[in-house]
Ligand binder design. Structure first.
Ligand SMILES: Cc1cc2nc3c(=O)[nH]c(=O)nc-3n(C[C@H](O)[C@H](O)[C@H](O)COP(=O)(O)O)c2cc1C
Length: 215
């Protein structure tokens, strides 16, 4: 079986990005783009990002998570600390995040280091989650093999009973990471594959160097 996709071709024409107009700080540039994506109303989950980690097996692995906050410090998401990604980050905190927003023909690639956020911040976010999501975080030993779906559903049903009318506390193995960036690249699709790529790199003096990359 084969399927040739050589004819899938699209010209990118919606916008441009240049050294003169980008903001000095990449988080502020990110914010500008993020607002524009939100305003476009054409992206279901603009905060969905791919995170790549270097696994204990030496292989990179990428998967989607939801960014729940960004600040001048970095980008925050929540997960199970004992999941495959959690174990990978424990061993090697170097990571890469990427966003692809086709509606605006834009991609952002962030390299950085992941750290667990303070427990009280994870508590605060966990507290804000719906009852079912809280229990889901307890039920799932994320990334472990399970013999059937039924096992998980039974566990959930048992927890629903035992927690009826009670507070659900954040399990210790669930919480947030902040990815603190060392480089952020903004990619804007352009005609004739001459795309704009502007990369910010963090310098020793904590200023950001801005460079254009060839497409
Ligand atoms: C749109 C979308 C959003 C997701 N959001 C999260 C998330 O915020 N946190 C999380 O742990 N997994 C999230 N997942 C599931 C992950 O992609 C992944 O399956 C899970 O974290 C286990 O990954 P791991 O075994 O590599 O650690 C999301 C998946 C999709 C498709």
């Amino acid at each position: 079986m084969e399927k040739d996709l050589g004819d899938y071709r699209k010209s990118y024409e919606k916008s441009e990005l240049n050294e003169a107009s980008v903001l000095e700080n990449p988080i502020e540039q990110f914010q500008k783009w993020f607002y524009e994506v939100e305003k476009s109303n054409g992206v279901d989950e603009p905060n969905a990002m791919t995170i790549s980690t270097i696994g204990l097996d030496g292989f990179p692995k990428s998967r989607v998570v939801l960014m729940k906050k960004y600040t001048h410090e970095g980008f925050i998401f929540y997960t199970n600390y004992q999941s495959e990604k959690g174990r990978a980050l424990e061993n090697n905190p170097s990571t890469c995040l990427s966003f692809f927003w086709p509606i605006l023909e834009r991609q952002v690639i962030i390299k950085g280091s992941a750290e667990k956020i303070a427990e009280n911040l994870s508590d605060g976010y966990f507290e804000s989650r719906p009852f079912g999501s809280k229990l889901g975080a307890i039920v799932s030993e994320q990334s472990q093999v399970v013999a059937s779906r039924e096992i998980l559903e039974k566990r959930l049903a048992a927890l629903e009973k035992s927690y009826e009318g009670k507070e659900v506390e954040r399990p210790e193995n669930w919480g947030g990471y902040i990815v603190k960036p060392i480089s952020i690249e903004f990619w804007q699709g352009r005609p004739n594959r001459l795309h704009d790529r502007i990369r910010y790199t963090l310098q020793k003096d904590l200023n950001w160097k801005i460079e254009r990359l060839q497409p």
